[in-house]
Design a protein around this ligand. Sequence first.
Ligand code: MG
Length: 282
Amino acid sequence: MQFVRYATDGVPGWGVRRDGEIVPLNGLREDVTYQQLTDSGFLRVVEDAVEAAADRAIPTSEARLLAPVPRPGKIVCVGLNYHDHAEEQDEEVPERPLLFGKADTAVTNPDDPIVHPAELDEVDYEVELGVVIGRTAKDVSAADARDYVAGYTAVNDVSGRDAQFADGQFFRGKSYDTFAPMGPTLVPDDRLDPSSLDVACRVNGDTKQSSNTEEFIFGVEEVVEYISGVTTLRPGDVISTGTPGGVGIFRDPPELLEPGDTVEIEIEGIGTLSNPVVAERR
Ligand code: MG
């Protein structure tokens, strides 16, 4: 079941996408919250409501899709979390997840532009599985971790490599406005197994990254356990779980994003997130 945030005539709402259509959920008694997505009873209510309201569906082409978490409380990113991405950098497999932060204001919607800052030369793509937190989590065990997950979305962890490497830390290079495209759907944890999903990134139709979350060094359960042992996770926080091999900066020669490019990231069960790259206007 693919939840979507979308707008028609500028009014945002929640819906369920199926068969190229969106069934609006605005007739439900309660609004959709990230916490409710952890409740299997709620999901059954929604499924019944969607069946009953199928004749109210609107074509996806008439809706503007929005990021499922427009302003996360925080975005916690995991670096170096795919075996094939560690190999392309000749890095050892880390003993614990490497964490860094990305500004919440970097989030942007499906089909909206990624703005290429004039001051950067090395803007790169990274397909990542996004984990949306649904319940407050502190010191959660791996065995219980999935109970705290609302669901999964796709995140493009757009990265200014020159800023990232010049600074010796990641925050600036990862946090330019529009550097976190997110969507197109949010699939409840109850309806998706995050441990074996195909993930891919294409630039102008050419495949640059193609892997599977089976390549994870730390799975979703371990990542939630580790992060919740460091900091409290709250509903609407997002964990971006790291990217597989094939990023532009480690290609020979490097293949980085330029204005005019279109980046598509696709995750099995979640869909394809497409964004054009445009030059910053000053
Ligand atoms: Mg990343």
